[in-house]
Design a protein around this ligand. Structure first.
Ligand code: DHB
Length: 301
């Protein structure tokens, strides 16, 4: 049975995708993840200039999820294009994630990267760096305008990654759709923090971090479910996917594909194949022909 999926003009050999932020800054790691079974891989978010990121600690393991605050470290546009050329020479399905502090920077990044990737994913929702472009994701008109300007510069599909704001997610996703997005990724991490009771101070240098992993799943799932009721474009689910059951939940809520990030830490790269096998078996046992027939089934009453 085939579990290939299409996201607008993009077709993937299976619905599992490496989420941005993990193993995403070098060609060798991106290729390794694709070879281990992912249907596509997303790079770490790229800025025009190299960015060092925050000092340690940058990751807190809560037991029920992680809070990370890397500060968007990346080697910058020119260096990443070198890596992307290598990735593309291996026929890997590659999404380039970008972040910027204003629309002009987003446009510049899109125009420079569009020849080296299969899709662009706009990170409009980083919870760890303060200000400007990184807060776009919570303001519908800014989501729409940014998406539209990037769309005009891009030859490849534009995917918009949004924060897990359940109450606003219908407006935000519709704004992305109106701006020309081919798909939305729901969701990025949730803004979160931890305080050290002995020093009486926030633990992370940037104060806030992004909550990911198991704790994020119910929030992201609710975003997918809610957005599915208003959207026409496909949804990529992301947040706390550790098993095929988690993946199927997202698909039933309305996702056509899913991204995996935090789970790689404990489950390893075998997780992509494992989830694909689980989805295939589930489809067979339920006499469902293709993933498309499963998408959004939880909405039927
Ligand atoms: C960082 C960026 C993100 O988009 C996110 O969700 C969490 C952390 C970072 O680099 O700090």
């Amino acid at each position: 049975m085939s579990i290939n999926v299409s996201l607008g003009a993009l077709s993937l050999r299976n619905p599992t995708i490496l989420a941005s932020g993990i193993l995403g800054t070098t060609a060798s790691s991106l290729i390794r993840v694709y070879k281990s079974g992912a249907g596509a891989v997303v790079s770490k978010s790229i800025s025009i200039n190299p960015n060092e990121g925050y000092k340690t600690p940058v990751l807190i393991d809560l037991g029920y999820g992680y809070i990370n605050s890397m500060g968007l470290p990346n080697p910058g546009l020119d260096e990443m294009i070198v890596e992307f050329k290598v990735v593309k020479s291996k026929k890997v399905k590659l999404f380039g994630s970008i972040f910027a502090s204003d629309i002009d920077e987003f446009k510049y990044l899109a125009s420079k990267l569009t020849d080296y990737v299969d899709a662009l994913e706009l990170n409009l929702s980083c919870p760890t760096k303060m200000g400007v472009g990184l807060e776009i994701g919570k303001i519908p008109w800014m989501v729409e305008e940014t998406t539209r300007e990037v769309y005009k510069k891009s030859k490849v599909p534009v995917i918009v990654k949004l924060p897990p704001l359940v109450t606003l997610i219908d407006e935000l996703t519709l704004a992305a759709e109106d701006g020309g997005a081919s798909a939305v990724t729901l969701t990025n991490t949730a803004k979160a923090m931890k305080i050290d009771v002995f020093s009486k101070k926030p633990i992370l240098q940037g104060v806030y971090g992004g909550l990911s992993g198991k704790a994020l799943k119910p929030l992201s799932l609710a975003c997918v479910f809610k957005a599915y009721e208003v959207l026409s474009i496909p949804i990529i689910g992301c947040g706390g996917i550790y098993s095929w059951e988690d993946a199927v939940e997202y698909i039933l809520a309305g996702a056509k594909a899913i991204q995996i990030g935090s789970a790689i830490v404990s489950e390893g790269l075998g997780i992509f194949k494992k989830i694909c096998i689980g989805i295939k078996k589930y489809l067979e046992e339920n006499n469902i022909d293709k993933i498309n027939d499963l998408v959004g089934l939880a909405h039927r009453r």
